[in-house]
Design a protein around this ligand. Structure first.
Ligand code: F0G
Length: 358
């Protein structure tokens, strides 16, 4: 299809045309329009600040990019006759799964690492009505358990290992290209945890090029937290072997030591002449403060992008004048615990106000 089709749909009033996922439906899922379960999602903003573009996927209905994959996975779950869906999650997938399952009338069962999920995400997941199983262990343990549970109990799995999730997440890339009037940027920068997005982005770019929507291939930069860096370690060895680590980082969304979509993510980095970078908790939190102070805001994992850009520029990998799009994956309110509370307490008098402001 010609990309003009997608541009025309942006002006349409039909919910599936307004969805930033289903606007591209012919390339997402072969399905009858009446079967689509959409909030709608996507159609997120693109900001430009100091010469860098930020595609804010935290502006999705449940506050993260996961909704783009979830609308497709839940649509498919219903088509396959599922009555319950399950996922392991660091919080965003679970919130999204819970919301879409509620819309579809399915039961959602989520496996989360006990005590390691940000407050906003846990509250959302419960509010949307999911059954929350807090696994005593880390995300990797929860992931192993849900794989076994899905198989033995016959529950439909909606983690990004589910190929329908990735079909939806491809549209992050297509929509950002569309935002740029199909002038491909030099770089697309994405946080890397379980590697679903990195994989989906590679597929999206290959398909966009094959369809003739873009003339040249942007390079992918996947950024990990240095305390949860198995993909970075593999990249350093030209992907000679797969690594597993005991993950620890303030960016709880990407506190993942054994990512499930490793193979497909390697293919994505190779196909785009991409790179993998790592940033420390200090670096990513400094970048988060910068993004917050721009008046945009994001959760810690999302800020690995800007921190990664700073590092890659210093190293000369990213050059002056190159066009860069950072994908912000989650909303600032997802993880209020990561924001230092510096509000000044005062007496209810005008003198106290004057004193506080001086
Ligand atoms: N950013 C945010 C805000 C996330 O929630 C995640 C993953 C990532 C980045 C990493 O993306 O896994 O595709 O490499 N969150 C998952 C979850 C693991 O359960 O919500 P990825």
């Amino acid at each position: 299809m010609n990309r003009d089709y997608f541009d025309q749909r942006r002006g349409s009033l039909k919910p599936i045309d307004r969805s930033g996922v289903w606007r591209f439906r012919e390339y997402v899922l072969d399905v009858d329009e009446s079967q689509i379960i959409t909030h709608p999602e996507g159609a997120t903003r693109m900001y430009e600040r100091d010469g860098i573009f930020f595609k804010h996927e935290g502006e999705n209905p449940t506050g993260s990019f996961k909704d783009r994959g979830m609308t497709v996975a839940i649509t498919q779950a219903v088509r396959e006759g599922a009555s319950a869906v399950a996922c392991a999650s660091t919080g965003n997938t679970s919130a999204s799964a819970a919301a879409y399952a509620a819309q579809a009338g399915l039961r959602a069962i989520v496996f989360i690492p006990s005590g390691k999920v940000a407050t906003g995400k846990l509250a959302q997941t419960l509010a949307y009505g999911a059954t929350c199983l807090q696994v005593c262990g880390d995300f990797d343990a929860a992931m192993k358990l849900v794989l076994e549970a899905a198989q033995k109990l016959g529950i439909y799995l909606v983690n990004s290992i589910n190929p329908f999730r990735l079909e939806g997440q491809k549209t992050i890339v297509w929509e950002l290209l569309q935002d740029l009037e199909w002038n491909a940027p030099d770089w697309i920068v994405v946080p890397a945890g379980n590697l679903g997005n990195t994989s989906a982005f590679g597929k999206a770019l290959r398909e966009a090029q094959a369809a003739g929507w873009i003339e040249r291939m942007p390079r992918l930069a996947a950024v990990q937290a240095s305390g949860a860096n198995p993909f970075f370690l593999s990249f350093g060895e030209n992907f000679a072997q797969r690594h597993q680590v005991q993950a620890e980082t303030v960016a709880s969304a990407i506190r993942i030591g054994d990512p499930v979509s490793y193979e497909r993510a390697v293919a994505a980095i190779r196909a785009t002449n991409g790179v993998v970078e790592q940033v420390t908790d200090e670096e990513l939190m400094a970048a988060k403060r910068e993004i917050d102070r721009m008046g945009i805001g994001c959760e810690p994992a999302s800020a690995t992008t800007l921190a990664g850009v700073r590092k890659l520029r210093n190293a000369g990998v990213m050059r002056e004048g190159e066009r860069i799009v950072c994908v912000l994956t989650g909303h600032i309110l997802k993880d209020p615990g990561a924001i230092a509370v510096e509000a000044i307490e005062i007496d209810p008098t005008i003198e106290a106000v004057g004193k506080a402001l001086s």
